[in-house]
Ligand binder design. Sequence first.
Ligand code: HEM
Length: 297
Amino acid sequence: MPTYQEGIFIEDANNFNVSEYKLVENDIAKIKKSISSILNEKSDNVYVVISFGKELWSMLSDLELDNFKDFATLQGKNGHQMPSTQNDLYFRVLGKDQSLVLDQTIRIEEALKGTFEVVLSENGFVYKDYRDLTGFVDGSANPKEEKKYPAALIPENENGGNGSFVFHQKWVHDLEKFNQLPVSVQEKIIGRTKQESIELEGDDMPENSHVSRTDAKHDGVAMKIWRRSFPYGSAVERGLFFIAYTCDPFRVDIQLDRMLGNTEDGVSDRIMEFSTAVSGGYSFAPSVEELNKALKV
Ligand code: HEM
C-alpha cells in the first residue's frame, strides 16, 4: 500500500513555512540530486511536504494523473479575481519549534540553489485558538478523524494512489475594514458565530457567506477537502495562507467558482470584500514510493 506524505496530516504543529520555487535548470540528474539531498538531510522534529507543478512532475515521472493541471487565473462575475502564480516545486515545512522550521526552510533553499529559484516564502503560526486574523476559528468544518483521508488522498487503487493534489493561495486581508463591522455582520460574512464558531442556521445563514459558498455538493457528492491554512502577519501585511489537500482539484475549482459567483446564482463570497487573493497554484504531493521512484537517477 503506498504511503502518503506524513506532514499532510500533522495537526499539532504551530510553526509553518511555505516556499515555492521555479525551475532554472534543465539537467534532470541535477534536479533529482538537489531534491533528493533535501529528503536525505531532514531534521527529525520537522515535517516536510513536497509537491510538484504539472510540468516538473512530467519531467520526473511517467505516472499519468488524469485531473492534474496548472492553476489558471480566475475572473469572478462581480469584479473579483484570483491570479495564477503557478510554480514548479512547493514545500510546506511544519513543526513545533520555530528555529527548526526555519533551519529546514533555509536548508531547502540552499540545497536547491542553482537548480531552482525561490519566488515565494511565507512563515506562519497558530493564532490564538486556531483562529484566522479576522478572529474567526479556521478549520471547524474540516473533515474529522478517518474522513480526512478520502478528502485529501487519491484512492489507493487509482493511479497516484495516496498522493494528494495541493492548492496554495495567499490572501491579504484588509483587517481595518473588516474590524470596523459589528460582530453580527462579520458573522453573516463568515457564516459562523465568532466566539464559539457555531454554524448559522436557516434564515440566519446568508447565501453570500463564506460557509454557504464553500460548503458545496456536486451531483450529490460533498466536495470535501482537507484544509491546512495558516495565518501570517506583520506591520506590513497580514492574511491567510490558504492550503488545501484534495483527492481531486475539481473540488477546489467548484469552491473557487462558487466564491467568485461563477455559478448560476451569480452570488459571490463576501469574504472577498475584505481579503484579496495574490497567488495561486496547483501541485501534486506524491506518495513516498512514487516520490522515491521519480527521484531515482
Ligand atoms: C481569505 C481567505 C479565507 C479565509 C479567511 C477563510 C476562513 C474560513 C473560516 C473562518 C471558515 C469557518 C470555519 C471552518 O469551518 O473552518 C472557513 C470555512 C471553509 N472554508 Fe475558508 N477561508 C478562506 C478561503 C477559502 C478558500 C479559498 C477556500 C476554498 C478553496 C475555502 C474553503 C473553505 C471550506 C470548504 C470551509 C468549510 C465549509 C463548511 O463545510 O462548513 N476557504 N473558512
